[in-house]
Design a protein around this ligand. Sequence first.
Ligand SMILES: C[S@@+](CC[C@H](N)C(=O)[O-])C[C@H]1O[C@@H](n2cnc3c(N)ncnc32)[C@H](O)[C@@H]1O
Length: 271
Amino acid sequence: MDGPNETVRKPATSARMYDFYLGGAHNFAADRRAALKVIEQYPTVPAVARTNRAFLGRAVRFLADAGVRQFLDIGSGIPTSGNVHEIAQRSVPEARVVYVDIDPVAVAESREILHGNDLATAIHGDLRDPKAILDDPGVHGMLDLTRPVAVVLAAVLHFVPDDTQAHGVVDELLTALPAGSHLVISHGAAETFLLGDERTAAARSVYTRQTSTAGKPRTREEVSRFFGARCELVEPGVSWAPDWRPAADDPTDFENDTRRSGMWAAVGRLL
Ligand SMILES: C[S@@+](CC[C@H](N)C(=O)[O-])C[C@H]1O[C@@H](n2cnc3c(N)ncnc32)[C@H](O)[C@@H]1O
């Protein structure tokens, strides 16, 4: 993605670092440097990203097959293979998708890919301001919020480190949606990325200093609380990402020890 004007001063973003982990081409030198510093601490991070992406694909396929017609994917990232609209519209051609990301590059790339697709769009938005997302004309123009929607928060809630704020955001989103909606979450695991550990501190400081986005892994119990009493968890509940309804074409990175995937994953149905 580097052009002749690529500037080393461009700050890294978590979206483009994730693109680098996944082997994508939509990243700059600063993103690669920051990503490599994280990989130095945790060499499994690219495999964690692949595993997360595979969970996301399975969750969307499951929901589309279950009849879900509307998806609101917040923290959607830079489009890569197995995008939500591709998977959903393969099962349900009339499925509608809105992508939301804080990174303007991710939004621009998404819009480019979606050109000509009348049933999917991308908007710029901040998960920490759910009201602005829900009020955005791009959301209203595409989704009917009086009918069930699947809200996808894949590998993004750990970028809202304040627990009260993170729970407030999820509550506000769920409050705006009717029963029968779904919540999809994958989340960095505090059981893997130990908060007291030097390596985790070093990796977190890369995100805080290079992207100004602090990251915070959470425990299984903390992730379960996002679903609270308002959602019924789809089987198998909050699981290590590779264990959530595995499929034949899954990456094999953590097949011998799924705990090393470092990602909690779950889907809940709003009661
Ligand atoms: C690790 S990537 C995950 C991408 C995609 N959801 C997936 O699971 O494959 C995290 C994404 O969240 C976005 N992000 C981080 N903080 C955000 C916020 N407050 N609001 C919206 N997006 C955010 C980043 O820009 C990045 O694209």
